[in-house]
Design a protein around this ligand. Structure first.
Ligand SMILES: [Zn+2]
Length: 271
């Protein structure tokens, strides 16, 4: 299952602004010579994958509805357990408005969702999938989607890669955790490599392709999270080897929800 996000259209790469620390800018076009990829910790080994049931598709949404689903407690009008109507109050001892069932008294807490995916390296290239579903139909993404109950983040990332690119991968190391508070999502992206040099589009992809780093289509990526992940990766490779990154992706105030380059990366920390 591919990722939903707040950005749906593409804009020029030049429009982005960065708060990467300690660097303040990144020019993709200037990356002409890239060093060999080396991995900081090749010891991340995997247990056999757990097979989980096929999940229900999520409905695509735009920024306004994502805000609603991610954080608007007033949109919860009925109890998910008993069907009773809810009231919206701040419970004693809490600070946030909650939807509380007027029949059974249960509180519907809202929590972020985790999106897991793989940055698959092969011959100094990266595997990208062209989305065959909305949102961002026709744009490129890393294979990624929602983590399921019953699986680990690594297992979910491998499953998403299998579903979207028919690719069996070995995970090498964690690469980035990126929080997007605006839409209640946390991304966990792993570096991985193909077990066999085979891949093909799954049902949610129209194409799968290996891109040299200089050829990554930054003007046709699907989401800000992908712009951030791939930019950090290129920066790392240019500097020698991949690090592990944490950061928070925030929309720049006053910018269009559809502009995937109009963000800031805050609280950026790396190994
Ligand atoms: Zn209830």
């Amino acid at each position: 299952m591919m990722v939903k996000a707040i950005q749906l259209q593409l804009c020029g790469f030049v429009s982005q602004r960065w708060t990467l620390k300690p660097r303040t800018s990144l020019s993709i076009s200037s990356l002409s010579s890239l060093s060999q990829i080396s991995h900081p910790n090749p010891s991340f080994k995997l247990l056999p994958t757990i097979t989980t049931p096929r999940r229900t598709r999520f409905a695509p949404f735009r920024a306004s509805s994502s805000l609603q689903s991610a954080g608007n407690v007033r949109s919860i009008k009925f109890c998910q357990w008993c069907g009773g109507s809810t009231k919206h109050v701040i419970p004693d001892g809490e600070e946030k408005l909650r939807a509380i069932c007027t029949v059974c008294g249960r509180i519907a807490y809202q929590n972020p969702k985790m999106v897991v995916g793989c940055l698959v390296e092969q011959d100094n290239k990266i595997l990208l999938c062209k989305r065959n579903i909305q949102p961002s139909h026709g744009l490129w993404t890393l294979p990624a989607g929602y983590l399921e109950i019953g699986e680990s983040a690594v297992e979910g990332a491998m499953r998403e890669t299998r579903e979207e690119a028919n690719a069996d991968v070995e995970v090498i190391s964690p690469f980035a955790q990126l929080d997007i508070p605006l839409i209640g999502q946390t991304y966990m992206i792993f570096l991985a490599k193909l077990k066999k040099p085979h891949f093909s589009p799954g049902p949610e992809s129209s194409e799968c392709q290996l891109f040299a780093l200089d050829d990554i289509p930054f003007n046709a990526l699907s989401f800000s999270s992908m712009v951030v992940t791939l930019s950090l990766y290129i920066e790392d490779i240019k500097a020698g080897k991949p690090k592990f990154h944490y950061g928070t992706i925030n929309k720049r105030p006053g910018t269009s929800p559809s502009d995937i380059h109009a963000y800031t990366l805050n609280h950026h920390m790396h190994t």
